[in-house]
Design a protein around this ligand. Sequence first.
Ligand SMILES: Cc1cc2nc3c(=O)[nH]c(=O)nc-3n(C[C@H](O)[C@H](O)[C@H](O)COP(=O)(O)OP(=O)(O)OC[C@H]3O[C@@H](n4cnc5c(N)ncnc54)[C@H](O)[C@@H]3O)c2cc1C
Length: 521
Amino acid sequence: LNAITADEGLVRDLASATSADRVSTRAIDRRHVATDQWPAALLSYRQHVPVEQPLCVVSPETVDEVKRVVEVANKHRLGIVPYGAGSGVVGGGWAEQGAITVDMKRMRKVLSLDHDRLVCEAEGGIIGQHLENHLRRHGLTLGHFPSSIICSSLGGWLVGRSAGQFSCRYGKIEDMVLSLRTVDGTGRVSTFGADGPLPGPGPDDLQTIVGSEGMLSIVTDAKLRVWPKPAAEHYWGFQVSSVGHGIEAMRSLLQAGFSPTVLRLYDKADTVIAKRKADGAEDSLDGHGQMDRIASALPAPARESFVAALKKRAGATVLRTALLNPSAIRFFLDRASDRCNMILGCEGSERLSQAMMEGMRTHLVKQGATDLGKGPGIHWYHSRHNVSYKQSPVFLLGAFVDTMEVSAPWQHVVPIYNAVRDALRDRVFVMAHFSHAYLDGCALYFTFAGMSTGDELAFYKETWRRALEAVTTHGGSVSHHHGVGLAKHEFLADHHGPLWERFADLKKRFDPHGTMNRGKW
Ligand SMILES: Cc1cc2nc3c(=O)[nH]c(=O)nc-3n(C[C@H](O)[C@H](O)[C@H](O)COP(=O)(O)OP(=O)(O)OC[C@H]3O[C@@H](n4cnc5c(N)ncnc54)[C@H](O)[C@@H]3O)c2cc1C
């Protein structure tokens, strides 16, 4: 697949649309943007299943260059795949054979910052953390903190309807965007949203483009609502007796009128794992201390390498055995704790946030929650970005880890939680937390870890199919903030019914030649 690259005419046209040093047909550059972080990529590489490569990668720097690139694609009758930072986890940015990948990372400027109106305008390729750093230097914040903030872009957030950890207060990215500018599949430049300087198609279309996953247009820049950085933040930990108890406590807290910044509930398995990390727990090397005694008898340098080697091997064996017996892990973890942790956070002025935290603590204790004090809340705050980056050892073992985020009205949350666990009981280890809470429901975030001794990719896809079937038959959405991409595509038509057919009308309007992100719809 690597051998098929852009012909000279295409490279010449793209170079004159941008510049020669920003068009690449090198295998390494094409491979770099061929996939995102969807675990199916790693499983495909591991099984030597071919992964499609783009013909070439082009990196525009201005709106005009994006427009010209789209025109070149249409002239050559080729598709375009927009590419932000590649942190997507559902395959939305995967390359298409015979298409051009448009890498947006060179469009990374903050264009304006209006302190008076609290509006910031930035280009679509800017990395989230760079945008937040800029705002912080001016005493402001966007309030958007996905775990991937260091490796995802504003454009990727917007077209995927991203959610950050402080979404209870600031909302999701679609609640922060005021207007945005796009180049659609015809090469037309449009501004959407009430704040747009041009007479655009109207505010309604703003929310059509947000969430369109690069299938209608390329987002070149956006205006966003920003906030003064809060004077004070408070974090607190609680425990409840079960997922059902916790969900009811979350619902009643929000419906009583409190507005926390963070409200998260962990199931028992997630609570046990988080607790071991919070306590700084170190596993005994062999589970009963024999090896620890041998290690302690060795001289210091030898002891260190002995311990490191042993830990690696012992850890790998334990993990492999566990992942091949998921119902056993579930059995033990369900019994290792009879409580579920909750994390609560709020911010604002010192007095207001203090009073809010007091009110919320009283409310939750009345609901039967146990007050654990500040400790677990502060621990969560400091380690909140860690977990997602610790998956490599599992993949190195030949296993996989993945996450599935869906949402549901309150009454469906517990049934969905139980249905997904039951559907995957004998296949993979499952744990979950509940966050991004609203007045009428919340998101469920499942983590799966599994291993197959047969066809890994088939096993992985079947795991997803069973999980999503359990969600949709119990009244949940197929996605809350990761998007649909290739991973959930099959479920979309069923889930949206006739609404899905309207997407064909949008394609006619914004992308009549079918240029944008072809393989994804
Ligand atoms: C460790 C980790 C943690 C994560 N945590 C979170 C989290 O807390 N919250 C969350 O919401 N997500 C999270 N994600 C998922 C991911 O970061 C988001 O989906 C993010 O929005 C993707 O942005 P990106 O710039 O990396 O997009 P990419 O992966 O490059 O692309 C994603 C999709 O957007 C399209 N696209 C990208 N840029 C543009 C553009 N300018 N115009 C049009 N289309 C475009 C692509 O074609 C593709 O369909 C996490 C991912 C990882 C790996």
